[in-house]
Design a binder for this molecule. Structure first.
Ligand SMILES: Cc1ncc(COP(=O)(O)O)c(C=O)c1O
Length: 397
């Protein structure tokens, strides 16, 4: 395909979905908003906003309790959303999807519940150098409480996971914490291969798919991971909801994460027994509206088709990367870069992106990051480049 034809294809796709996102019509500092911060949090289509609005306006009630119409409708919507999410990620069973507040909570759930029950003094936890803090800190906490140790899986100078080093490190390790897509480098890791290597050595694989699920078709069965976490607000859904997918035998064998009202089968003076998975891990009144909104987001993705989404990404970026680019502008601090860009209506992220070990690996403390979603056009990338030119001139570079 010629470059012109590719640009036309990317733009006609983006234009066809932009009308679904009300926020994209607004202006920032008297300029049209150019939203290039979807890796931090994507925007939501009308369908998601409407689904949550309808829930609150017409059938809000607590779930799995009230024997009344509203309770039944809310329960059906909540359970229905779980079924949608399960199908969307290729889960063999609905019960393998546990709703959480976000991916951070999903990963903490594993580190806490699985870690407490299984890690012992001296056990090795492998953490990739390109992890978000959400897949680092829970493992440090697990290590502190069990006597296990965290070891870092290195990455190469060009931003790939060092698979040769991983192969050497895996034997005898207990856990591998690895991201599917780096939120700083955009690297798409060969998760299937990584999980196969881990499984071969009997190492538990815990995959952070926060940046993966919103960009390409997800099939947890073929990824071969033990646990996969992701988060609603990066996949066109609401904040306050995420999910953990896990192998059934692991979810069954793990102790609960939090105790409370919903997660029990019975409580008496002697103690408690737990409810079945996944309710065992959903201890409280859950974020019902947000789960309903996540279900609507999944419906929206289904309409578009995830394969088409991946094509949109690949048109903008090479195959090995997904939907984002991090950069430095001379020695100008990324916060200053993003402030100048904001004057031009361009929203990017600046900072360490909750990946300090990764930044340290490359000898920098912070970077600027532009990230893309289905609604971004090539004209918006031109706006970014123009805004960067303005910044360069301003800083005399
Ligand atoms: C790769 C990755 N993991 C985890 C997170 C944390 O997401 P949340 O705050 O929704 O738990 C993010 C968000 O920035 C991310 O990009």
């Amino acid at each position: 395909m010629t470059r012109e034809a590719l640009v036309r294809r990317v733009d006609s796709f983006a234009e066809s979905v932009r009308k679904d996102f009300p926020i994209l019509g607004r202006r920032v500092r008297e300029k049209p908003l150019v939203y290039l911060d979807s890796a931090a949090s994507s925007q939501r289509p009308e369908a998601v906003i409407e689904a949550m609005d309808t829930y609150y306006r017409t059938y809000h009630s607590n779930i799995h309790r009230g024997a009344h119409t509203l309770g039944e409708e809310a329960t059906a919507a909540y359970d229905g959303a779980r079924a949608k999410v399960a199908r969307f990620i290729g889960s063999p069973s609905v019960d393998q999807v546990v709703f959480t507040k976000n991916v951070t909570e999903a990963l903490n759930l594993v580190a806490y519940a699985w870690g407490r029950g299984n890690l012992r003094q001296g056990d090795r936890i492998l953490v990739s150098m390109m992890e978000h803090h959400a897949n680092i800190v829970p493992w440090f906490i697990a290590a502190e409480t069990t006597g296990a140790v965290v070891e870092w899986v290195p990455i190469t100078d060009d931003g790939l996971l060092d698979l040769e080093a991983l192969e050497v490190m895996l034997p005898g390790a207990r856990v591998l914490a690895c991201t599917a897509v780096s939120n700083v480098l955009g690297t798409v890791n060969p998760v299937g291969e990584i999980c196969r290597m881990a499984r071969h050595e009997g190492v538990l694989s815990v995959i952070d798919a926060a940046q993966f699920v919103p960009h390409m078709p997800t099939d947890v069965s073929s990824l071969g991971a033990d646990f996969v976490g992701f988060t609603g607000h990066k996949m066109l859904g609401p904040t306050g909801v995420g999910a953990l997918w896990g192998r059934p035998e692991l979810l069954e064998s793990m102790p609960p994460f939090l105790g409370g009202g919903e997660m029990i089968e019975n409580v008496d003076l002697a103690g408690f027994t737990t409810a079945r998975v996944p309710t065992k891990f959903e201890a409280w009144t859950m974020p019902i509206a947000e789960v309903v909104g996540l279900g609507a987001a999944v419906d929206y993705w289904d309409e578009i088709g995830m394969q088409r989404v991946r094509e949109h990404d690949v048109a903008v970026d090479p195959q090995l990367r997904s939907g984002l680019v991090s950069f430095e502008l001379g020695d100008v601090h990324p916060h200053d870069v993003s402030t100048i860009l904001d004057q031009e209506g361009v929203a990017i992220r600046a900072g360490h992106h909750c990946a300090k070990p990764l930044h340290a690996r490359y000898g920098v403390t912070a970077s600027a990051r532009a990230s893309f979603q289905i609604y971004n056009t090539t004209a918006e990338i031109d706006c970014l480049i123009h805004a960067l030119d303005v910044a360069l001139e301003l800083f005399g570079l």
